[in-house]
Design a protein around this ligand. Structure first.
Ligand SMILES: [Zn+2]
Length: 1007
């Protein structure tokens, strides 16, 4: 549980996959002089500053009439973003702001369709489109590389936030928020609604409960004590009137803050926004908020519970968190220093806090800084422990920090951490898949509280101060003030409770039953009538006139050429080397691909095990502690090994086996990083048995937490049926590794010798100079250094010859249910069309766009599921729903897709939009150099050329309604196979046991 990430994980309308459209730049009409003059009249430029750290110039404008604020980060990035935010302090747990966030994207004055978000998703080349409810504001970000498309998205989003239809249409609130559902007088009364279901999906999420308890305990007199996204039982008490009033209070031009990013014509934008929106509003008072907590006289302690299965154990499942209130978000220096300290204290095996806990037998410790509240919170959390250990844990924290303060900091350590910090900051810019939105979030951290908007975009001043002042007790004073002597502290103990969820559900059902009984016959009949009316409204398609008002692109706006990155291919002995000479800001990315096709299927599990040992166990030259330090010092902290099996692009019957490993380093550190990598791969040493047992035990704990929490078992179980490759890939599933390790751990002494033999065998087959391909991304000087090290590395690899082996398919049971501690279910079905004799065609991508829209309507809008996905690859197709209140109904919707496609109708305009959406989805090209190298390397290994990619896009262009209808038989073939997995609520699953050949609980699976 990484609090830093989880806390900002917020709530997405739809977690879209990273999609990048090919750049296609057509100039927006040039700005006229009179417009520029006009902007000067309406906006005041209050800031104009270069931001070196991100290569941009910042302009801040204040709208004279309303006080609305606009910040423009100007650079040459074609991937333009607009994020408009409103301060929305919570006043209770009813999720009002969250339901407003959803409702806003459900039609507006200019765009009167029932679901603006889904309509735009189907026809746009968006690189990003979403909406978020955070603890103190709501944000609406969009991004696109295409100028016309970007303008369309901005227009639609602006009209949605300022003139939404939900203010007049109560059905939007009932659909997106909550409503009573009663289909006939004698039915059981239920509650349904998208946000209601979404939050039910989070109801037993340990990190969510923990975060809520922490903020509530430390900031009890502020707005932050409320759960801003809402709690299901409270959501079901919100009235439409409250919703409308809250909107009216918060959504004004005066309360808006907008961030533009990239190669945007800002004058056009300002003029558009002023004319169409801002100029029409008066200046309005900002919503009042309570952000500051008064100082505590003494620390607080809180106890809370989460649910575990009725027969599950409660031992070793408690979470204990020590939390400290820092100053405010405007005190950048303290916050950034604590970001650094968090890293310093826990990042590696030798970090002070991590080491202290490990020495006492605790393994899962996490430290994080939550910056979503005005007064940020530092939390140290121990996972999977027992409440009885609270005092011991507190002592470890205090004693360790006291000794850090007493002994001071080592200059070398500081350098090491600053070096890595430098690398990871540079890297994170590339890695972000919504860079313009990331910057907007970063800006809002200070801007929303009246601070300098650029404050958190550059942290080098604080890093330099740490470097200069570390031996002046600079960091020691901070630890003293904010941890050791801080009275503003809370301790949260989160304990497991058997059957808690079932009990809560029973009570809620009883409450609903009682409510129904209290109603007159007439009132009950009205509920039935209301339910029917809502269903009718939901099912009524948008009118042609309404759809025609949605902006769209034309085919000629698209660029259907795939442009590969510059790549030079060289041979070094038997090793093929791809060199990608693209700008990477001084970072070097080295990637190694070992072909493991000569490893038999029954040995894959040892490869999986080996991957979790490498880099963590000793080598013949270096013990694991020193190794951990060096990994932190010379790389970005991650040297991973990941196996993957895919098909050859031209010959689907041929598998491509790749064990991918990599390191990322600053150019100056390439040879040290490579030495380290060489040491890990070529000098692996299995003789330190006690260290290996330790790694096994840690890995078991880590896997168990993952498997219990994240609904990943169901996905992995389904994957087996998706394609022949995935049938093989399933040997690397987390569940299989977990079971293997538990069995090894239980009989470690008797099993170790034979296991070690297998590991050595696997190592020889895989890390072999006959099956290596390499890629390098970085500047040409660094490449020279890299090549010198590569020569030595290849020489050190073994060269034994192994013969070819068969990789057989395994037959599995087709239908399966997995019961977890969830209020709702995930319903997943897939199939492999190759099995039924069909071949992948580019036009199927358009089918995918159409089926995504179908699922959104049938399963999300009508059924209430939070997430719906239809996925297609060149091997198979999959239907997925998550946080879904229905099981049979959803499976039926999957089956009904056949007749929907058989009878599919669309106008030429609609087909054109689907085609544009499909090309937008596929013409993906990330701006991250590492991701670009990954894609190019993969294409090289699976024999896919740039021409193939271009043909793929062009192949979608003339898809017709008849083409789509012809895929009904493919869908039928897949669905008739009945490969499905349901994961979640036990009551729902146990009511229909006949649907499954196997029903298991997560506890059983993890025994
Ligand atoms: Zn939501």
């Amino acid at each position: 549980m990484n609090r830093r990430i989880k806390a900002s994980l917020m709530l997405t309308i739809f977690s879209a996959t990273a999609v990048f459209a090919n750049p296609c730049v057509k100039n927006i009409k040039a700005q006229t002089l009179s417009e520029a003059q006009k902007n000067k009249k309406d906006f005041r430029l209050v800031l104009n500053k270069k931001v070196k750290s991100i290569g941009a110039t910042a302009y801040e404008y204040i709208h004279k009439k309303t006080g609305a604020r606009i910040l423009f980060l100007k650079n040459s990035d074609k991937n333009k973003y607009c994020t408009i935010s409103f301060k929305t302090p919570a006043e209770n747990n009813k999720g009002t702001n969250h339901i407003i966030e959803h409702s806003i994207l459900c039609g507006s004055k200019k765009y009167p369709v029932k679901d603006v978000f889904s309509e735009m998703r189907n026809r746009s080349l968006y690189t990003y489109m979403n909406a978020y409810t955070l603890p103190n504001y709501t944000a609406f970000p969009v991004g696109s590389k295409n100028n016309k498309d970007f303008m369309n998205l901005v227009k639609v989003y602006l009209n949605s936030v300022f003139e939404p239809n939900f203010l007049k249409e109560k059905n939007v609130f009932r659909r997106e928020g909550w409503h009573y559902e009663l289909n006939s007088v004698n039915d059981e009364l239920k509650v349904n609604g998208t946000v209601y279901n979404e939050m039910n999906g989070h109801a037993n999420d340990i990190s969510d409960i923990m975060n809520e308890d922490i903020t509530k305990s430390l900031l009890p007199d502020t707005q932050y004590k409320w759960n801003s996204p809402g709690k299901p039982d409270d959501i079901a008490t919100l009235s439409y009137k409250e919703l409308v009033n809250t909107y009216k209070k918060n959504y004004s031009a005066s309360n808006s803050s907008t961030v533009f990013y990239g190669d945007v014509n800002i004058n056009d934008m300002l003029s558009y926004i002023d004319t169409n929106y801002f100029s029409r509003y008066r200046k309005k008072k900002l919503p009042s908020s309570k952000e500051i907590e008064k100082p505590f006289k003494k620390k607080k302690a809180v106890e809370d519970y989460y649910g575990v299965g009725k027969s599950d154990t409660e031992k070793g499942k408690t979470y204990i968190s020590f939390n400290y209130k820092l100053n405010t978000m405007l005190d950048k220096e303290t916050n950034v220093a604590f970001e650094f300290l968090s890293d310093y204290l826990t990042n590696s095996e030798t970090s002070p806090l991590k080491k202290a806990f490990k020495d006492k037998g605790f393994s899962n410790i996490d430290i994080g800084l939550c910056e979503d509240t005005y007064q940020p919170i530092l939390s140290i959390t121990i996972e999977n422990t027992d409440a009885s250990k609270r005092a011991e844990i507190e002592n470890i924290i205090l004693n360790t920090l006291k000794s850090v303060v007493k002994n001071g900091f080592d200059g070398k350590d500081i350098d090491k951490y600053l070096n890595r910090y430098n690398l990871s900051t540079k890297e994170s810019i590339y890695k972000s898949y919504a860079i313009g939105y990331d910057y907007a979030q970063c800006i809002n951290r200070s801007w929303l509280y009246g601070g300098d908007p650029l404050m958190y975009l550059d942290k080098s001043d604080v890093m330099n101060k740490i470097k200069k002042q570390y031996n002046n007790e600079y960091l020691e004073k901070l630890i003293n003030k904010y941890i050791l002597k801080n009275k503003n502290e809370s301790i949260v103990v989160l304990k497991p409770k058997r059957g808690l969820l079932e009990e809560k559900e029973r009570q809620f059902k009883k409450k609903l039953q009682k409510y129904k009984e209290s109603l007159s016959r007439k009132a009950v009949k009205k509920l039935v009538a209301d339910t029917k009316a809502l269903t009718k409204w939901k099912n009524k398609p948008d009118s042609k006139e309404a759809l025609a008002k949605m902006p769209s692109l034309s085919i000629k706006d698209l660029d259907t050429n795939f442009t590969p990155i510059p790549t030079k291919t060289e041979k070094l002995g038997n090793t093929k080397v791809l060199y990608h000479n693209i700008p990477s800001d001084g970072i070097a990315y080295a990637k190694f691909y070992f072909d493991f096709s000569k490893l038999p299927r029954d040995k894959y599990i040892y490869l999986s095990f080996l991957d979790s040992l490498l880099g963590k166990m000793d080598t013949k030259n270096t013990d694991h502690l020193l190794l951990a330090q060096k990994i932190q010092q010379y790389t970005d902290g991650n040297i991973n090994f990941t196996p993957d099996i895919e098909s050859d692009y031209k010959d689907q019957n041929k598998h491509v086996f790749r064990l991918k490993s990599s390191f990322t380093a600053l150019g100056d550190n390439v040879s040290q990083a490579f030495n380290l990598y060489n040491d890990i791969v070529n000098n692996a040493d299995f003789s330190n048995k006690s260290r290996i047992k330790e790694i096994v035990e840690e890995k078991i704990k880590e896997l168990k937490m993952d498997l219990e929490e994240n609904n990943i078992i169901g996905m992995a179980e389904l994957e087996k049926f998706y394609s022949e490759d995935d049938n093989l890939n399933n040997e690397f599933s987390e569940l299989k590794l977990y079971k293997f390790l538990v069995s090894l751990d239980n009989n470690f002494d008797s099993k170790w010798d034979s296991t070690e033999k297998e590991l050595n065998y696997v190592k020889d087959v895989v890390f072999n100079k006959n099956n290596l391909q390499v890629s390098f991304t970085g500047d040409s000087n660094t490449y020279k250094t890299f090549k010198a090290s590569l020569k030595k590395f290849v020489n050190d690899l073994n060269s034994k010859q192994y013969s070819d082996v068969e990789h057989n398919q395994v037959k599995y049971e087709k239908t399966q249910a997995i019961i977890s501690q969830d209020k709702l279910v995930s319903v997943m079905q897939c199939g492999n069309f190759k099995e039924s004799g069909y071949k992948y065609e580019p036009k199927m991508e358009v089918l995918s766009k159409i089926l995504n829209a179908y699922l959104w309507n049938k399963v999300r809008v009508e059924g209430g599921a939070y997430i719906t996905v239809f996925d297609i690859s060149n091997r198979g197709m999959a239907f997925v729903s998550m946080s879904d209140p229905n099981m049979e109904k959803t499976l039926k919707a999957y089956n009904d897709s056949v007749s929907y496609i058989e009878n599919f109708k669309a106008t030429n305009e609609e087909m054109k939009n689907y085609i544009i959406g499909a090309i937008g989805n596929n013409a993906s090209y990330s701006s991250d150099p590492s991701a670009q190298a990954d894609l190019t390397d993969k294409m090289s290994m699976t024999n896919e050329t740039a021409e193939d990619k271009t043909n793929l896009y062009r192949g979608m262009l003339n898809t017709t309604v008849d083409d789509i209808r012809s895929y009904a038989k493919v869908l039928k073939a897949i669905l008739d196979e009945k490969y499905y997995v349901v994961d979640g609520n036990g009551d729902m699953i146990n009511q229909k046991p006949e649907l499954f050949s196997r029903i298991e609980t997560i506890e059983d699976l993890l025994k």
